[in-house]
Design a protein around this ligand. Structure first.
Ligand SMILES: [Zn+2]
Length: 219
């Protein structure tokens, strides 16, 4: 699933719940990243702020509207800043802006709202995102290993670890600056390490087996 923020997405107010039936969107706080990422592919129809308070849209502060290919509308409100402009095409995962507290808002968050092409009929954004429509913290991506093609990545708080060691089930692994798990003989931090090239004898692929004579760790 693709949520609005990398890592933890904390829903502070749900969509039309009994305690707040006129709340037509989800309020979401990014706890690990303030960057709002598009959960949908489409075209930016609005990227603006309304300051005239006779227009109720002022409550949204800096907001962006994206329309998908079916004309459904997606609104992202209260941004601190906007990273796309009207007419831009966006893909899933593109940065739309930074979470903020503009408009009628009390504390930095994003009000995420969805409407049908008629511009009036509301849709349940929790259903679209694939998360429960209630308060809680939902991860953008599971922690641990994930594979793309033949490459392995290690996710922490929904983000691929890059340029660092990680320890998993007793073994150390190294993720390159591109996030890919490294294998074979590698010089890391000025020292040589051997990272298992294929799973065998109970040793997983990528696991650090030993260092050379200059290494700190020896089997
Ligand atoms: Zn809201």
């Amino acid at each position: 699933m693709n949520l609005l923020f990398n890592g933890r997405n904390r829903v502070t107010s749900g969509y039309r719940l009994p305690e707040r039936p006129d709340h037509n969107g989800l309020d979401i706080v990014g706890d690990d990243s303030k960057d709002i990422l598009s959960p949908v592919e489409g075209v930016v129809r609005s990227s603006t702020i309304v300051t005239n308070k006779s227009d109720a849209t002022w409550e949204w502060g800096n907001y962006i509207r994206i329309d998908d290919k079916n004309g459904n509308r997606y609104y992202f409100c209260h941004m601190a800043s906007r990273a796309v402009k009207a007419g831009d095409g966006v893909k899933i995962g593109d940065k739309l802006g930074v979470m903020g507290n503009t408009g009628y808002s009390f504390g930095a968050h994003t009000h995420f709202e969805m409407r049908k092409p008629d511009g009036k009929t509301r849709l349940n954004p929790a259903e679209f995102l694939g998360i429960p429509n209630k308060r809680g913290t939902y991860m953008n991506q599971k922690n641990g290993w994930g594979q793309k093609g033949s490459d392995w990545y290690y996710y922490e708080n929904g983000q691929a670890a890059r340029g660092k060691w990680v320890k998993d089930k007793g073994f150390w692994y190294y993720l390159g600056t591109d996030g890919k798990m490294m294998t074979g003989l590698q010089k890391i931090g000025g020292k040589l390490y051997y990272l298992n090239e294929r799973t065998r004898g109970g040793l997983p692929k990528g696991a650090m087996l030993q260092t050379d004579g200059n290494g700190v760790i020896q089997l």
